[in-house]
Structures are given as C-alpha cells and as structure tokens.
Design a protein. Sequence first.
Length: 370
Amino acid sequence: MSKTIVLKTNSSSYKIVIGSNLAHTLAADIKKLNIAESVFIISSPKIFGLYGKAVNSELKRSGINDIGFGIFPDGENNKSWLNYEQLLGKVLDFDNGKKKKMTVLALGGGVVGDMAGFVASSYRRGVPFVQMPTTLLSAVDSSIGGKTGIDFRRKGKIIKNIVGSFYQPSLVLTDISFLKTLPKKELLNGLAEIIKYGVIKEAELFHFIDKNIAQILDYGPEALGYIIGKSTKIKRDIVQLDEKETKNIRIILNYGHTVGHAIEGAGNFKTSHGEAVAIGMVCEAEISFKLGLLAESKCLQIERLIAKAGLPVKIKGCTVSSLMEIMKYDKKFRKGQNKFVLPVDIGKVTVKTGIPNQIIRSVLEKRLIK
C-alpha cells in the first residue's frame, strides 16, 4: 500500500509517493500530470540494467513510445560539467524538432537525480522532470526539495554542488522495492541522513532508529517504510517553509554537511556522502559540546548511534589543513567565517557563526586517523 505526501512551495506543488512496485503506475501518473508525450530517461549503467527495461516497458504499455536515454557513469566524480554537457547534447538530439511535451525521468541515486534535475532545469529554460530514486539516500534527501547541480573543479579542488539551481520535480516516486538490491554501504549512506533528521528535528525518529537498528540493517520493509516516511515529512515541512534557503530555516538540513562536504572534497570522494556526513555530524556535535551548547551525554549519544549503525566516526585520507581550506568554499562561508549547524539537544539545533578556528581544528585533529 502506497503513501502520498504533498509538498507545496511558492513555485510548485507535487506528490511524493512512497510504496512498492511503483514502476507499474509511472506512466499513468505522468499522464495524469499531462507533462509528457516523450520521456528522456537519465540513469547509470548498473541501475538501468536493473530497472530500465521494466520502466521502459511500462511507459510503452501506457502509450508513451517516444523514449530517449542518457546513461552516464555513477559516482560523485562523474557529476561533472563534461557529463552535464554530454547529457544536454543527447537530450537535444532526442528532442530537436519534435514539438512534443517532454519530461526528463531521473532513474537512479543522488548523482543521477542531481544531474537530471540540472539538465531539466536548464534545457529550454526548464522542462518537467520526475524523480525515481533507487537509493535510500536519494529517497530521503536529494530527490526532495528541488536542489539540482554539479560539482566543479577549481585550482585542483572539487567544489561540491557549487553550480546548480533550485528546480522542483513534477513528481517523486519512491519505490521501496528498489532498496532490496542496495549494497549495505548504500543503505548506510541513506541511514546517515535519516539519523540527521532525528538530530535536527525529531527525537522520536532518533530513538526509533536506535531501538530498531537490527531490522533496518536487515532491510526490514516496515522499519524502512517508517523511517522513509518520517524523513520525507520532516524534509517536506522544512522545504515548504524555506524553499530556496533565504529564511535561515532550510539551512538546518546542512547539519553534518559543512565538515562532511570538506571530507568528501579533500579526500577526492573516496569517502561516500553518507559516511562523510556521519563523521561530520560527530565533529559538529563535538564542536557544539566544546562551545557549551550540547551536553556531553547527548554528544556521546549521537556518536554511539552513528557507530552502532556501522557508520564511520573517524576521518581517513585527509589533513586538517586540507579540510579547513575546502570549508572556505562552502556556500555558507561569508566574510572569512563559516556557518555551522550545531545540535543543542536530540531533536533541536542552532546555527552559529564566528566559531574560533582553534576549536574546529582541535576537533578535526582528534578525529583524524593518523
């Protein structure tokens, strides 16, 4: 049985459907929205091999026969200007001269969704797109809220998501049955973001994960369905209040990401996003403790749950100097200072600037594997 969550912003309103075997309803859902006479599917080789045939068949069965494909390698290193340009070329070759309503369909994880959304937002100044996330991370995070974009190389550094747009999808179909094929590492990537939701907004979710971690790690559909639904609602509520990060509300979703993005970039993306965010949450909780904002017991509670889930709590393959340098390129960095989202309790955070560099450096130093 599926669950539908509606996200409404000033720019759009769309449904996030959570259920199983949603490929069977994909074409009907698209037709109801009246957004497609043709569909361009963007995916990665592995995901397209697993699900592409079924999605293609369902579209054709429902009368959408004009289907194009843009397949590019998965992985953060491939969220690049070159692949973006190549995908745009394929879309243009597919669509040119047809004068049909075209929808871009993102079938994959966060990298695919970010790229597909950016292609959709920039082609013809914007065409509709649909998200079909195939990872837990993309299901609870990147497929919701309209952030699209690519990473950019500058002076030997990879700056994450520095080029992009806010562009809401027309529909999100979160098919829990896709998660059955996820490697454990990918499950943990998503779980890191779900733990984040518990820390920033809902202690009940945090404690549910703690009590039900065995079922979650065993891909239990009921436990997964519960935490996906809760996480989706939390992100929906935040995005509705602050779609484009102009009101200092949506920024709380960046808990763990200031340090996390630096770990990704400084380590040339050898650490996955979820792993980096997990370490970032531990570091930022410790910064909060050192500032006297978070009780030591709560700081340890956050670290214990992250470790219990099988996520890392130590930094590998980076130096403190490289991390501090990458953080200067963070989108929140202004006037020589960064903004940090810091927990003050389980379920509550605050935003702080002007944190002394020696505190940040000491926390990073402590977390380094030497």
